[in-house]
Ligand binder design. Structure first.
Ligand SMILES: [Zn+2]
Length: 454
């Protein structure tokens, strides 16, 4: 099937960051076949022609770190300290998910991601990888799946901490099953939860296996000062310095959060070409200000992630883009820090590079996969458009994303997500999330007096 997008403003994010005005984009066999001015005579027979006058076409956004297993727990851990957040709310909730709950949770978050312009996501790591994969196939998204992996640690739910060989064996099975599935739309990354939960043996073996299989690893790093103190105490160095000494830093180890870094650790990211993922709203809720402007300035590929739904409360990449562009300016009292162009790169090409998928996605160029979104700027909260890139970063709302395509296949048309009955999904989300919270024994204190009038 071929599709021609006609008369669009195409924000390509190519090497020269060109924006093509009144241009056409031809999709053939899932890839971008041409960008320019194309006459009907040049089109393959049966091409679907979509007039996009007044619309903007962007590469599909990359959510480089998102916990699909936590979507049904949104709202269970607001305004609490980190230990309560983890031990009393998130861990019990997540550990009571069944395979079916994970499937529903991924569908729910998948729809939210599609509506906010995401076409590719990097799963942070849950316990039911097959269920995630089934949901990704159903929605037509592109994703890297990952299992949350731990072989040490205290206070964790039963069954989460497994012997090192079991942790690796499970992931190897999942890698065999999912890496390259759905015509290559699905990849599988290895997971290392945090330095608190991973022995050096697990870290080293994971790196060795990921290298030999040509895939990536996700690890939460430098999240809180207590983490660096723990690494110092148990390994004699901060998390990043320790990973450098182990020899595991590199382009296939994605460092998530990277909040509490020294200038020397920023240099280590750059020296090892190790990618970083910035999760602005979850940083603001719990962790602090990450030195993202320094990582970007050092040439580190930095992506943006929405992170955990009970942390960001809105898994909306466009809100994260807005936050990423704002918070560092306020924190450093410097309006020149992280300009709009850099932030748009983080959400597209740099995110793709952080996932080592930039040969296929992240920009609109001939030969790349046709992963793209259509934006209608005729919205009271968006207009007027004086400066296009700046508008996309500072004024856009996710409701302006009207259509979405992955590998040449529409997954949303006119704000309707295809492949799912959204009304039925909403009913199931409400019912199932209450059941899981009950099963997990989570009861929230009443914050306001509730008056029952009936
Ligand atoms: Zn995370």
């Amino acid at each position: 099937m071929s599709v021609l997008l006609r008369n669009a403003t195409i924000v390509s994010m190519n090497g020269r960051r060109e924006i093509f005005a009144d241009a056409d984009l031809l999709v053939e066999r899932g890839r971008i076949a041409a960008i320019g001015a194309l006459s009907d005579a040049e089109l393959p027979p049966g091409t679907e022609i979509v007039d996009l006058s007044g619309r903007i076409v962007l590469p599909g956004l990359v959510d480089a770190h998102v916990h699909t297993s936590q979507q049904l727990g949104r709202g269970i851990a607001d305004d609490v300290d980190l230990l309560t957040w983890l031990r009393d709310r998130i861990w019990p909730f997540e550990s009571h998910l069944t395979e079916d709950d994970q499937h529903l949770s991924t569908l729910a978050l998948g729809v939210e991601m599609i509506r906010s312009g995401v076409t590719t996501f990097s799963e942070a790591g849950g316990q039911h990888v097959d269920a995630m994969g089934r949901a990704v196939i159903q929605l037509g998204l592109r994703a890297a799946l990952c299992r949350s992996s731990m072989d040490t640690g205290e206070g964790l739910p039963a069954g989460w901490v497994q012997p090192t060989e079991t942790v690796l064996g499970r992931q190897i099975d999942e890698h065999d099953r999912w890496h390259g599935a759905a015509d290559g739309r699905i990849r599988h990354f290895f997971g290392l939860r945090t330095i608190f939960n991973c022995s050096d043996e697990l870290i080293l073996k994971t790196k060795e296996i990921a290298d030999s299989r040509g895939t990536s690893i996700q690890m939460h790093v430098a999240e809180v000062p207590a983490e660096n103190a723990y690494a110092q105490e148990t390994r004699g160095a901060s998390t990043i310095e320790h990973l450098a000494r182990l020899g595991v830093m590199g382009p296939n180890l994605m460092g998530i959060h990277c909040v509490w870094l020294t200038p020397r650790e920023v240099e280590l990211f750059a020296e090892h070409r190790m990618p970083a993922v910035h999760c602005p709203s979850s940083n603001m809720r719990i962790l602090g200000f990450a030195p993202i402007p320094d990582l970007v300035a050092a040439g580190v590929p930095v992506g943006i992630g929405t992170d955990s739904p009970p942390c960001c409360n809105r898994s909306d990449m466009i809100d994260e883009i807005y936050l990423a562009a704002l918070i560092h300016k306020g924190h450093r009292a410097d309006p020149l820090v992280l300009p709009a162009e850099r932030v748009l790169e983080m959400a597209t090409v740099s995110g793709a590079r952080a996932m080592r998928w930039d040969d296929e996605i992240g920009s609109l160029e001939v030969g790349k996969a046709a992963d793209l979104i259509v934006i209608d700027p005729r919205d009271i909260g968006v207009l007027p458009v004086h400066d296009l890139v700046s508008t996309l970063v500072y004024a856009m709302h996710s409701r302006a994303v009207t259509d979405s395509m992955v590998a040449g296949r529409w997954i949303m048309r006119g704000r309707r997500v295809l492949g799912i009955d959204e009304d039925a999904l909403l009913g199931e989300i409400a019912a199932r999330s209450a059941l899981i919270a009950k099963r997990a024994g989570i009861t929230l204190p009443e914050r306001s007096p509730v008056v029952r009038v009936r």
